[in-house]
Design a protein around this ligand. Structure first.
Ligand code: ZN
Length: 285
């Protein structure tokens, strides 16, 4: 249904973000201890190869302006019905790719994050990203993003490249483990989405809310509007890899939903985003 060469566009709407700022993640000793324990081997080769070429990214903000809520539109099947996920015990419980789940260790799922091209020039921006990830997915679940320092050549976990291009991840969840430039984030917006650079406030809002969205992918979540049960008023095409389980009812307010009229839900997880991440990674320890 979706070309493996598809780069996901993550539309930009510039709405004031009210991301809460909470404590930064991690104590250094836990970082090293956990780092040594982390080993992840994906055993689902089909899912891995399917995802290999996929990129989840943000592209032309004008895509968003093409979106219209139109109740007149009938509800087309967004996916072939034969491809609809099989409901099971998870029926009532986002849209998650099961093989991309990061492994837990001693009750906590520690995921290391490092910067491939950390720069003193971007100290504030790097902190915004860390706070965005920590105050969203981490704060509401058993996930713990640790590290946040420069990448070594062999660093595993999520490797972030800072680049003035469309923000994206190249895989979902643990398929990102150790992958060079697995996540690409834009801090300057000179080439891509220059309206994010119209003032400092807009730039910070873009950086924070995009970080929450991309870390949703890095946690294992596909785009909410990719679901087969997405209502007809959401007319955007599915983008990128689909999930394989639907953990909650369709969530119009998800940070992972392109059809959310509030771009990335201002970087705040919806109630169902929280329910989803807790269904996978448990509640905060
Ligand atoms: Zn996305």
């Amino acid at each position: 249904m979706i070309s493996t060469s598809t780069r996901i566009s993550c539309i930009v709407l510039f709405v004031i973000s009210t991301i809460s700022s909470t404590a930064l993640a991690g104590d250094p000793s836990a970082i090293l201890e956990g780092h040594a324990r982390i080993t992840f081997e994906n055993t689902d080769k089909s899912a891995q190869s399917r995802d290999e070429a996929n990129e989840f990214g943000t592209e032309d903000p004008s895509v968003f302006s093409q979106f219209r809520l139109n109740p007149e539109i009938s509800a087309p099947s967004r996916h072939d019905n034969n491809a609809a996920p099989q409901y099971g015990d998870l029926e009532n419980f986002g849209y998650f790719l099961t093989p991309s789940m990061w492994p837990a260790s001693r009750g906590t799922t520690i995921v290391f994050v490092c910067w491939e091209n950390a720069s003193p020039r971007f100290v504030r921006e790097m902190e915004w990203v860390q706070r965005a990830a920590s105050s969203s997915w981490q704060e509401h679940s058993g996930l713990a993003f640790r590290g946040w320092r420069g990448c070594a050549e062999t660093s595993d976990g999520i490797r972030i490249l800072i680049e003035d291009t469309g923000p994206h991840v190249k895989q979902l969840g643990a398929f990102l483990n150790g992958r060079p430039a697995g996540m690409v984030l834009n801090f300057t917006f000179q080439n891509w989405s220059p309206s994010c650079a119209r003032n400092e406030s807009a730039r910070e809002r873009c950086i924070r809310s995009i970080a929450v969205h991309e870390f949703g992918h890095a946690t294992g979540f596909a785009h909410e509007h990719n679901r087969w049960d997405t209502p007809g008023e959401c007319t955007l095409e599915p983008q990128g890899t689909d999930g394989d389980v639907m953990l909650t009812p369709y969530d119009a307010s998800s940070v992972m939903n392109y059809c959310n009229p509030v771009y990335n839900n201002n970087g705040s997880l919806s109630l169902l985003d929280v329910a989803s991440v807790q269904a996978v990674y448990g509640k905060p320890q």
